[in-house]
Design a protein around this ligand. Structure first.
Ligand SMILES: Nc1ncnc2c1ncn2[C@@H]1O[C@H](COP(=O)(O)OP(=O)(O)OP(=O)(O)O)[C@@H](O)[C@H]1O
Ligand SMILES: [Mg+2]
Ligand SMILES: [Zn+2]
Length: 442
């Protein structure tokens, strides 16, 4: 038997099997049971979240011959089986991307004149509907306004903003949600258990994060790893197959940046690249890591705002607690800039090396808010701060050192005002210039 892709094999056949779209499933099922079904639907949401799958489930529910509405689709009646095989005359699945013209819609209207053969409804699934031409949309509009009573339309699209308002106002719209990493991970755990695979929990986590909200991507990536690794899958297998850097490497890089160890920082990325990690992937991952490190300090973020699993948050928070938000922010911005440069670069590796070296060479920032409030500045590099006794006996720091070391004794309660400090020290000038305007404007 030929190998059937996991994503196809694991396509849900009933709404109960779908992950994360309970709101859609519940509304549709209730409408069907009560007999209040609309004749035109629009399923929207990002790629691979279950739009086409739901359209097919709905088509089966509508035509299923099972007496109890709750039990539809039964999956065993002739109608369910035919639709499953794709041989039903009553379900027309049309890829609007390759049938964009007005003639295609006219053909469709002709076909819809005939009553359903086996079941009760003729169901038209128009996938990627945003690809229709303007004329085709207009032709479709007429049909949507006065559809034959036995016809149900299901339009699906990832780009709802390209669908004309006239169409939108004639359909019942369902917004499909992105899947959270936890939902993808748990579903992958389920299907790998059913398929008898042994998988390291971390392996599933990496794939789930990489899926970036799409269940299809999650399952397909997992399939790719399975093709490489076989029935025992480790986190290392996943990293190798997908070229994903290890977060431990990002953590070590961050520590080298914190300690301004340029050599260690560059050595860390070399180690990752030698293991086959793509430079762009490495930098993208590092940017995300910094973003997570910043965001995990904030409370009240919506679910899924962090691209990490909830149980890892506390760990990351602890591991990056000693770092200054201002530094994280600047490094994140520098990573994003470098990522932009990489797009057209002939030598992405070089861009990565330069970016990391620059990040490690930067003087770390002092907390401007504390400075504005008139508090004395903390040392910029804790590792370079002089011992207290030595600092006390040393002559007062030269102005150029103000930014680097805290005054041994803050002048009675308040340090220099922000403006004074900036005026005294050209290095502070530069620091302020560099500092993200959003932080300053707070
Ligand atoms: N909510 C979900 N629960 C379980 N599996 C899902 C879900 N969404 C998608 N899948 C998996 O992804 C595959 C593709 O899903 P589907 O074709 O329904 O996505 P889609 O939203 O139509 O994507 P596209 O926008 O790319 O057309 C399914 O065969 C199934 O394996
Ligand atoms: Mg689809
Ligand atoms: Zn059935």
């Amino acid at each position: 038997m030929s190998y059937q892709a996991m994503a196809r094999r694991w396509r849900p056949k009933r709404f109960e099997e779908m992950v994360g779209q309970e709101h859609v499933a519940k509304t549709l099922r209730n409408a069907l049971i009560r007999g209040h079904l609309h004749h035109a639907f629009l399923f929207t949401g990002t790629r691979g979240v279950g739009k086409t799958t739901s359209a097919r489930i709905l088509a089966r529910m509508l035509n299923c011959q099972e007496a109890e509405a709750e039990n539809r689709p039964c999956g065993i009646c002739p109608s369910c089986l035919e639709i499953e095989k794709g041989s039903s005359m009553d379900v027309l699945e049309i890829d609007a991307a390759s049938h964009t013209g007005v003639d295609d819609v006219r053909d469709l209207r002709e076909q819809l004149k005939y009553a359903a053969s086996n079941g009760k409804y003729r169901v038209v699934i128009l996938d990627e509907v945003h690809m229709l031409s303007k004329a085709a949309f207009n032709a479709l509009l007429k049909t949507l306004e006065e559809p034959p009573p036995h016809v149900v339309f299901i339009l699906a699209t990832t780009e709802v903003h390209k669908v004309p308002q006239t169409i939108l106002s004639r359909v019942q719209r369902y917004d499909f949600r992105r899947l959270t990493p936890v939902q993808v991970r748990d579903w992958l755990a389920h299907i790998s258990a059913e398929d008898g695979l042994t998988v390291e929990p971390e392996a599933l986590e990496i794939v789930a994060l990489r899926a970036d909200g799409s269940m299809r991507d999650g399952v397909s990536l997992f399939d790719q790893v399975y093709a490489y690794a076989g029935e025992n899958i480790t986190a290392e297998d996943v990293r190798r197959t997908l070229g994903v850097p290890d977060h431990a490497s990002h953590q070590r890089l961050l520590e080298s940046l914190r300690d301004a160890q340029v050599g260690n920082a560059v050595a860390e990325i070399h180690r990752a690249l030698e293991r086959g990690v793509d430079p762009t992937e490495y930098l993208r991952g590092f940017g995300e890591f910094l973003r997570n490190a910043l965001f995990c300090r904030l409370d009240g973020l919506p679910d899924g705002a962090l691209s990490m699993l909830p149980e890892r948050q506390a760990q990351l928070k602890e591991a990056t607690a000693s770092l200054h938000e201002g530094d994280l922010l600047r490094w994140a911005r520098m990573s994003a800039d470098a990522l932009g440069q990489m797009r057209d670069a002939h030598h992405p590796r070089l861009v990565l090396e330069m970016a990391v070296a620059r990040m490690a060479c930067l003087d770390r920032v002092a907390d401007l808010r504390r400075l504005v409030a008139g508090e004395p500045m903390p040392p910029l590099r804790p590792t370079e701060a002089r011992p207290a006794a030595e600092a006390a006996s040393a002559p007062p720091p030269a102005p150029s050192e103000v930014a680097r070391t805290a005054p041994a004794e803050p002048p009675r309660g308040r340090g220099p005002s922000f403006q004074q400090a900036v005026a005294q020290d050209p290095r502070l000038h530069k620091l302020v210039d560099d500092f993200d305007a959003t932080v300053l404007s707070e």
